[in-house]
Ligand binder design. Structure first.
Ligand code: ZN
Length: 450
């Protein structure tokens, strides 16, 4: 795979912005397309979302029946919702699901009743500290019903009788997830996983779903060493169901990323796999160090998204979590403020570029041997100082050349050299290609990241 093959042209001069072909806009427009759909951990919202993904890549939809045991969990009943509202005494809708699907707690059981304000308030969630925002609430595993509204909406309700209607169903059905495999030269896999269970929340996680869909689409036709498994599943129970059905196959996963909240301008944040020293941990750390952004690298913790399942001790897969702002740390998190104005094409592009660069390193790391290891080869005689790079890159690339020649003893991969020299992988690799073309390097082995 060559640089640029994922739609980005990786420039060698540090600090330069990546050149792209509207990747950020493409991701944003797909995120906007799936944003209105009311998703939950089961139901038609997930299916509709997967069908949208399936219109771009050949996604396989899987249905797991209610009641199926998946490790210590059981697939719940399927939830669907058609409408919901609260009417006041005049018949006016004071809360309307049709205007925002966040206004009904996900998995609310069906309700149709008249009740006093005091009774209604027992079934209302608000955010008193953020009085203009609707909270996102769920009750998957405890039968309940509730409306979510802004604190100002609640305060405006008069003391009268209301009609509360939730036209939902909670019945035996299925849990649905989708997967797409980009087949590489080997069966070794790189897992890319996004949760698809949140309703109209843009960053968490329409952004992650859209980014991975666009990445999968752009990989069609590319020759890769690894196979790439894209998994779009409801959070927690979906990942658990996938692992339960693919316990043996999960051993093929050599690298993995959970991708969520990748459209805001914060972070980036990378949480390492439980192993802490996996190739994916090294590669993402390296990419972020040279991204020009302000990254935070965190050690593994057993709280977060589906890395919790992939990194459970019985699997212990090399899967990290990539986000921009860390979940739970921003005021928009799990509120109506996580809307389409919160995510931006330029941030989606940056996030995409981090993942594309990560794949590029995973695909292209390798170890070389210096063919003239006794003292430095005479580079000037070969015209190498003049042949590499643009003017302002010369100092960096000459330094990279010295590092590559010195450490290319078969025991250090290009990633090792990039880390040791603190130079970007793509500079190290490009220099290695030039040195190889001049007969000064020979390929010895696949790299540390491979
Ligand atoms: Zn969430």
């Amino acid at each position: 795979m060559s640089p640029g093959s994922l739609g980005i042209e990786i420039q060698t001069d540090l600090g330069e912005q990546l050149v792209t072909q509207n990747v950020g806009e493409e991701i944003f427009s797909f995120a906007a397309r799936i944003f209105p759909i009311c998703r939950s951990i089961t139901g038609d919202g997930v299916r509709r979302t997967l069908r949208e993904i399936g219109s771009r890549v050949a996604l396989e939809m899987r249905e797991v029946p209610t009641g199926t045991a998946v490790f210590d969990w059981t697939i719940p009943r399927e939830w669907n919702i058609r409408d919901a509202y609260i009417r006041d005494g005049d018949g006016a809708k004071v809360v309307d699901f049709a205007k925002s699907n966040l206004q009904v707690m996900s998995y609310s059981i069906p309700v149709r009743k008249r009740l006093s304000l005091a009774e209604l308030k027992k079934h209302v969630h608000t955010l008193p500290e953020q009085p203009d925002l609707i909270p996102y609430r769920t009750s998957y595993y405890a039968e309940d019903w509730a409306f979510c509204m802004t604190q100002r909406q609640l305060e405006a309700l008069r003391d009268e009788t209301y009609e509360a209607v939730i036209d939902s169903s909670l019945e035996d059905g299925f849990l649905t997830y989708g997967e797409y495999l980009h087949e590489g030269e080997t069966d070794d896999e790189f897992l890319l996983s996004a949760h698809v269970c949140h309703p109209s929340l843009a960053n968490d996680n329409c952004s992650g779903v859209a980014l991975l869909t666009e990445l999968a689409r752009r990989m069609i036709g590319l020759k890769t060493r690894y196979s790439y498994r894209f998994l779009f599943a409801p959070g927690t129970i979906g990942a658990i169901a996938w692992l339960a059905r693919n316990e043996e196959a999960s051993g093929r996963i050599k690298h993995g990323l959970v991708v969520s909240m990748v459209g805001d301008g914060g972070g980036p944040t990378y949480k390492k796999s439980r192993r802490g020293d996996s190739a994916i941990d090294r590669v993402v750390t390296h990419v972020l160090r040279h991204s020009g952004l302000t990254p935070t690298i965190e050690d593994f913790s057993p709280y977060g998204y589906d890395e919790r399942q992939y990194c459970s001790p019985g699997f212990n897969l090399p899967v990290g979590l990539f986000q921009r702002s860390k979940h739970g740390t921003i005021p928009q998190y799990h509120t109506s403020a996580d809307n389409l104005s919160f995510i931006k094409p330029e941030h989606l592009l940056e996030s995409y570029s981090v993942i594309a660069r990560t794949i590029d390193i995973i695909e292209n790391d390798g170890a070389y041997c210096n063919t003239i290891p006794k003292c430095e080869p005479q580079l000037g005689r070969r015209g190498l100082y003049r042949s590499i790079g643009g003017k302002k890159d010369i100092a960096i690339e000459n330094m990279a050349m010295l590092w590559v020649l010195n450490l290319s003893d078969g025991a250090h991969s290009l990633l090792d050299i990039a880390e040791r020299s603190d130079l970007p992988f793509e500079v190290i690799r490009r220099v290695a290609q030039v040195l190889q073309a001049h007969g000064l390097l020979t390929s010895c082995a696949t790299g540390a990241a491979s």
